[in-house]
Design a binder for this molecule. Structure first.
Ligand SMILES: Nc1ncnc2c1ncn2[C@@H]1O[C@H](COP(=O)(O)OP(=O)(O)O)[C@@H](O)[C@H]1O
Ligand SMILES: [Mg+2]
Length: 560
């Protein structure tokens, strides 16, 4: 009896609160915002954030993991998106390949605006690299531009420097801020040491960095048989580095930093891109904030913060090789769930990484596509924005990843200057295979429609066109069918019942003779749900209305 009562009450509340089919969300009648101004001039630089590796991992793997489990669940959708669920340009992200065609020349060059340091030799060592773990130096080229100098690990030629360049060019084209990074060869006589150069030990004590010490370090890095040293030069980012950005929350003393980083699509949406590149080395110190002065005047204190991704040398599986770990990309470095699964199955669990082999090409790490599973990809350590990422973030990142054509990828690989033609071929094939695996996976979770455009004919007929990304990329051979439901502003259905729309065109489909709402400048909500593989996908709601000037426009998107 009591149970029935509760059931009745529950049923009543469910009806009372049932979401109207057109939802309650409405958008302002205006074009989507494509740029936000989060570069407002601050009076002074925020404090430098110091990265302590041990405390960081302790917090991620233990403390915060526990306290987060006790927090109220508040994953929520990403907040740095515009009305059509895209990320506007900001100090975090600049739309590039996602919204336009990037040319081969552009992607070859990436962000590298200044003359190459390899055209301005020698390099002069002014100090040793701080942060990170590998050998490295701070250098200046002949024009006095400052760089971080990094090497390939002895016995593993080309691998780390090539991965760095490939990750660098791809993430730049995707839209991220990255430093100007170059790969090339130096001989020992093209490296000089500044007499003032100092080495800081772990207690902060400085001792002279002599040629002798540099020479000993150079003996520990990889060299070609004729004694050349392959190096990566990462130009210091403009402005003053103020440490990495936090994996959770904001930088309290930067008023421009208003959205918690774990709520940023631009950060959460890195999941498909990083999984594609097997870029597992994601910890705060591979991000960097720089305070860019407001003017070139001497003593200028004012400026704003720009957010960078740095250090891609462990991408493309190099993390596995450097550490001799097979599980990278499948488990966290400390992964109780995976250990427990192995233990409980007494080791009989056929773990996905057990059969992975390193391909036999010079400069290629444990990087392959046969065992790539985007649903279970993990970075090497806990990164909250990735824990909180949802299928909408995944769809956004996958859309960007899918925009890289084989020609662009080949150009990127070319920039990495790998000497083994087999390595170049293999990397291209593998990147394409992995790209298609992740595209298929993330597109499959939503109604994967994109680039909506509405036109109003002189006859008054309205047509809504869109790309179907699954079809555009050849992920489905099915005849394209959609369930179409149309509503006005008040949520009243404009057709007697939902229509079945079968697209006849390929790639881009156009739904004609769309009814428009009578009120509120023709406000209309078109609910489109792809029907695939015998089921109906969660819909995407397209909101249309007349905007200033009377033009009919897509003013909002809500994906389900
Ligand atoms: N282009 C750059 N501009 C300014 N600082 C940099 C740049 N590249 C690296 N750094 C600084 O040097 C540290 C180590 O560099 P990184 O490339 O991450 O080396 P590692 O491979 O040892 O991790 C970074 O955490 C950052 O503070
Ligand atoms: Mg690093």
């Amino acid at each position: 009896m009591r149970g029935t009562l509760i059931a009745l009450v529950l049923a009543a509340t469910a009806t009372a609160c049932a979401r109207p089919p057109a939802g309650t969300l409405r958008f302002k009648p205006q074009e989507p915002v494509w740029k936000v101004d989060d570069a407002v001039t601050l009076e002074k630089a925020p404090k430098e954030r110091v990265y302590n590796r041990t405390l960081y991992h302790l917090d991620g793997f233990v403390v915060r993991r526990v306290t987060r489990a006790m927090d109220l669940p508040d994953k929520g959708r990403a907040q740095d998106v515009n009305s059509i669920d895209e990320v506007p340009d900001s100090t975090w992200f600049t739309n590039r390949i996602g919204v336009r065609d990037v040319t081969i020349d552009e992607i070859r060059k990436g962000p590298n605006e200044h003359p190459s340091p390899f055209d301005n030799l020698p390099v002069t060592i002014t100090g040793a690299k701080e942060g990170g773990t590998a050998i490295g130096f701070v250098v200046e080229d002949a024009r006095r531009a400052k760089y971080l100098l990094k090497f390939d690990v002895k016995g593993v030629p080309e691998m780390e420097t090539a991965a760095h360049v490939i990750g660098h060019r791809i993430l730049w084209a995707a839209g991220y801020n990255v430093p100007e990074d170059h790969v090339g060869y130096l001989t020992k006589d093209q490296i000089e040491v500044d007499p003032e150069a100092k080495l800081k030990d772990m207690f902060g004590k400085k001792t002279p960095l002599t040629w002798d010490r540099v020479n000993r370090a150079l003996d520990m890095v990889e060299k070609t048989p004729d004694g050349k040293i392959r190096v990566l030069l990462s130009r210091f980012v403009p402005g003053k580095p103020i440490g990495p950005y936090a994996r959770e929350g904001t930088r309290g003393d930067d008023p421009n930093d208003r959205i918690a980083h774990e709520k940023r699509r631009s950060v959460r949406g890195q999941v498909p891109l990083f999984s594609w590149l097997a870029h597992t080395d994601l910890q705060e110190d591979n991000t960097l904030d720089a305070f860019v002065p407001a003017s070139a005047e001497k003593g200028e204190k004012r400026g704003h913060v720009v957010h960078y991704l740095i250090d891609f040398g462990k991408a493309l599986g190099v993390m596995n090789n450097s550490n001799n770990w097979k599980t990278v990309g499948y488990t966290y470095r400390i992964d109780l769930a995976a250990s427990l699964a192995t233990f409980l199955t007494l080791g009989t669990w056929d773990r996905p990484w057990d059969n992975i082999e390193q391909p036999p090409y010079k400069g290629v790490a444990v990087f392959e596509s046969d065992h790539f599973d985007p649903s279970r990809w993990k970075p090497n350590s806990i990164y909250w924005p990735f824990e909180d990422a949802d299928k909408f973030d995944g769809f956004w990142g996958a859309k960007i990843a899918m925009r890289f054509t084989p020609e662009l990828l080949a150009a990127v690989i070319d920039e990495a200057k790998l000497t083994d033609p087999g390595a170049r071929r293999y990397l291209l094939e593998t990147l394409i295979k992995r790209q298609r695996i992740l595209g298929r996976y993330w597109f499959g979770k939503v109604t994967p429609l994109d680039r909506f455009a509405v036109t109003l004919e002189t006859t008054g007929a309205v047509t809504l066109c869109f790309d179907d990304l699954e079809q555009l990329h050849g992920f489905t051979e099915e005849r394209l069918a959609y369930r179409v439901d149309v509503f006005d502003y008040a949520g009243k259905r404009l057709a007697a019942k939902p229509a079945l729309y079968m697209a006849t065109s390929r790639g881009r489909a156009c739904y004609a003779n769309l009814p428009l709402g009578a009120a509120r400048d023709g406000y209309t909500i078109v609910k489109l749900a792809a029907m695939r593989g015998g089921s109906t996908r969660p819909a995407v709601d397209v909101h249309l209305s007349r905007i200033a000037g009377g033009k009919l426009a897509v003013i909002g998107l809500r994906r389900h």
